[in-house]
Design a protein around this ligand. Structure first.
Ligand code: HEC
Length: 332
């Protein structure tokens, strides 16, 4: 319990980050790039090669859904960041990677020692925050803030630390203001586990509608959305969050599965069914892992009204999960 309190005090330090990202530069911390600049060009080249190698190894492991290789690449990224903290992506991605085994266990993957979960969230917060601090410019600070705010919020919700959760929300609002697609994509994922009829859950649903509207340029009916505008190319918005990408090869499918599940949770089973059906028509569906195709087929074969009723009051831990977890979008 005591470590939680301490960690909470650390987490509150993020207020300064939000202010810094907004341009109020009273930053007392020396940017990591200055520290590293003393080390000389030859070492720098070597370092960036090693950093690239570690990041490539992470993405290959993540795409392959290989938890051991993910942990190995994560430790390499964090190790490199700790010795020469000039590449903020090492901290952002390495820090975020601590969430993967936790999330994977929730989604039926291999169990992890539950006593490790608080420490993993602590490390995730620490390093994603370091990624924000080390980011060299406004744009990359905002990008890193999406991940730092995300783990701050998620970790805080787990231990019911409402003040830290609020900080996380504020960080995400900042992201949405400056990089709306990234903000909506992050927020909808973060908040879809909140109980139905709460502001966070409503925000999750609304953020995904807004992401789809931003990407397609179309308006979506909130009661009975017709998803066909998502098939039009090019997207109305150039953001990487709109389509599939080498490192998130099934993001379109993953978000639509989330969307349909969120509609069910929002007590709109009739609106959800055509969304589940639509998934098989999207680009990239053919190569989606059978495990995730199976989830969609299962939903379509099930009584969605009954599923909607399972999201009532009662223990949220026992309610059906939304979507398929990290690998539904990131697995190849
Ligand atoms: C519903 C789809 C979806 C899910 C689920 C999802 N992601 Fe992502 N992820 C994306 C998209 C889209 C991006 C691109 C964001 C951007 O950079 O604009 C992304 C970006 C990332 C990045 C950073 C990319 C970069 O270029 O640096 C990391 C790391 C990451 N995700 C890890 C995770 C982890 C860990 C989980 C599970 C806790 C997860 N993602 C769940 C879609 C998803």
């Amino acid at each position: 319990m005591n470590t939680f309190r301490m960690y909470f005090a650390m987490a509150l330090g993020t207020g300064a980050i939000v202010a810094a990202a907004l341009g109020c530069s009273n930053s007392s911390a020396k940017p990591a790039s200055d520290v590293a600049a003393t080390s000389g060009a030859a070492v720098a080249t070597d370092d960036s090669a090693r950093a690239k190698e570690a990041k490539d190894a992470f993405w290959e492991a993540f795409r392959s859904m290989d938890l051991d290789a993910i942990a190995g690449a994560r430790d390499k990224m964090i190790g490199l960041f700790n010795t020469r903290p000039k590449d903020p992506d090492l901290a952002t991605i390495g820090g975020f990677a601590y969430v993967i085994p936790i999330q994977t266990m929730r989604y039926g993957g291999p169990p992890m020692d539950p006593s490790k979960i608080p420490a993993y969230f602590e490390l995730a917060v620490k390093y994603t925050q370091a990624g924000v601090d080390a980011a060299p410019d406004q744009q990359s600070k905002i990008f890193a803030t999406a991940f730092a705010g995300g783990v701050l919020y998620s970790g805080a919700m787990v231990r019911q630390d409402w003040a830290a959760a609020q900080k996380g929300r504020e960080m995400e609002q900042l992201v949405t203001t400056h990089m709306p697609a990234l903000g909506y994509a992050t927020v909808t994922d973060l908040m879809n586990g909140a109980p139905r009829n709460t502001p966070d859950f409503t925000t999750s649903l609304d953020s995904l509608f807004r992401l789809y509207e931003l990407c397609s340029g179309a308006k979506f009916d909130r009661a009975h959305p017709d998803m066909r505008p998502l098939l039009k190319r090019p997207f109305a918005n150039p953001s990487r969050d709109c389509g599939n990408h080498y490192n998130w090869p099934h993001s379109i499918q993953g978000y639509l599965l989330n969307f349909a599940d969120i509609l069910v949770k929002n007590n709109q089973p009739d609106a959800a069914r055509p969304v589940y059906e639509f998934i098989s028509k999207t680009e990239g569906y053919d190569t989606w892992n059978p495990k995730f195709k199976h989830i969609v087929e299962e939903r379509l074969a099930s009584d969605l009204t009954k599923r909607a009723a399972e999201y009532g009051p009662g223990d949220p831990q026992k309610q059906p999960l939304i979507g398929g977890g990290c690998f539904a979008c990131h697995g190849k």
